[in-house]
Design a protein around this ligand. Structure first.
Ligand code: SF4
Length: 201
């Protein structure tokens, strides 16, 4: 962990703080051999932010920069996520961020069903430790956990209460980098989070 932190830009170093309650979990993830992605990763990317935490974001899988640094959402998508968070008065150090799979799919391909299934228990534990009031899914793979078979273009920005948690599906920030018109859509969907946190408190 110390090596990863030393190679990261100073602004990212606070994101390496491991919540005390997640120490064992992060160690288990670091050594995880449970799917093929273990063979191609540089390192695992367990998550960042405090636990427990009122607001949790779940993306798809680490990209190249995330794989290099061991942190989620630190590439271009991460910069846009930071902008979106700033728009609602939050920052990366006060939200919990993770992905459906904790190791990079080679070439940034989609995670495969068997890989998501193998990694699911870790996400279950993170949800348990976070006890979030609001979960925002980023992209269709994390969305499918709560809204299987639905289309993100139909349901983004519209929350539902599922198993005692408010879940709001959002586009993945990378989609807005590919399609600029989604930037405003994501800003609008993010604005809903503030109201949801207020309603949940
Ligand atoms: S993606 Fe998840 S299940 Fe697969 S090796 Fe990495 S930590 Fe283990």
């Amino acid at each position: 962990m110390a090596d990863r932190r030393a190679s990261a830009p100073p602004a990212l170093r606070p994101l390496y703080e491991v919540p005390v309650v997640a120490t064992d979990l992060y160690e288990a993830i670091a050594d995880c051999p449970m799917c093929n992605l273990a063979r191609t990763r540089t390192q695992t990317v367990p998550g960042s932010g405090p636990l427990p935490c009122d607001l949790m974001f779940i993306g798809e899988g680490p990209g190249q920069r995330e794989d290099e640094l061991g942190l989620p959402f630190v590439g271009r998508s991460g910069q846009f996520l930071d902008e979106l968070l700033a728009s609602i008065g939050r920052s990366r150090t006060d939200v919990y961020v993770t992905n459906v799979v904790k190791c990079r799919p080679p070439g940034n391909r989609d995670p495969e069903p068997n890989e998501m299934a193998a990694c699911r228990a870790y996400l279950d534990q993170q949800l348990e430790l976070a006890q979030p009031k609001v979960v925002a899914t980023l992209g269709r793979f994390s969305m499918a956990r709560w809204f299987p078979g639905e289309r993100i273009s139909d349901i983004h920005g519209r929350e539902r209460a599922v198993d005692g948690v408010t879940v709001i599906p959002m586009y993945h920030p990378a989609a807005a980098l590919r399609n600029g018109s989604l930037r405003a859509v994501m800003m609008q969907d993010f604005a809903r989070i503030t109201a949801l946190l207020g309603e949940a408190s």
